[in-house]
Design a protein around this ligand. Structure first.
Ligand code: ZN
Length: 202
């Protein structure tokens, strides 16, 4: 399976990182080795002093597709989840400054937190609220209605470049409020009031 991630999909997050608003979705990938095994703590990697959490809504693909139109995109996923796109912000800043790819900052081991998935029919994807709590305090509070590109548009867009396969996961971008993690932080992801994951930082 593969993980396809979308960057800069919420205007307020673009502002907080002083990024340019893209004219198309920003796309990058994580390998399956980036997935943090369930119930494992997240270890801050030694190559970064500034690892950030980014809570994101996840979409699980349930059948193979290429060149999917927005209209039919909903037929290609059946489950919605919540996760974290851990980002070594200092490494990413270096890559960006040099115009280099982001993989070292975004795709390292353990950088993909994948929480519980729920049947998509349980949610209104146009108005889905989700939060990240850090040590019991809400640090990110998002809603899919603030997405620049909606889920169906994202599925359609990425399928123009990559054949989507059953089991692939799309990270749909993070809202504002990203920040640094330190040892002993406890991160809890909540989607429509349901606890989707809990991660201890080591
Ligand atoms: Zn992200």
């Amino acid at each position: 399976m593969k993980i396809i991630c979308i960057g800069r999909n919420y205007a307020k997050h673009i502002e907080e990182l002083a990024n340019e608003r893209p004219s198309n979705p920003v796309v990058f990938m994580k390998p399956d080795s980036a997935i943090l095994p369930k119930r494992n703590p997240f270890f801050i990697p030694p190559f970064s002093n500034d690892v950030h959490y980014e809570v994101e809504v996840l979409v699980k693909i349930n059948k193979v597709g290429k060149h999917i139109s927005t209209k039919f995109a909903h037929k290609y996923y059946d489950a919605i989840g919540l996760g974290i796109d851990f980002t070594a912000r200092d490494v990413q800043a270096e890559c960006k400054a040099k115009g280099l790819p982001w993989e070292k900052a975004k795709a390292f081991d353990g950088s993909a937190i994948i929480g519980e998935f729920y049947p998509k029919k349980e949610f209104d994807l146009e108005n889905l609220s989700f939060q990240l709590h850090k040590n019991g305090e809400v640090v990110q509070d998002g809603n899919t209605k603030a997405m620049l590109w909606k889920v169906d548009e994202l599925v359609s867009y990425v399928s123009q470049f990559f054949t989507l396969k059953k089991g692939d996961i799309i990270f749909t971008g993070t809202p504002a409020g990203v920040g640094k993690v330190v040892e002993n932080d406890l991160l809890t992801g909540v989607i429509e009031g349901k606890k989707a994951f809990e991660i201890k930082v080591k």
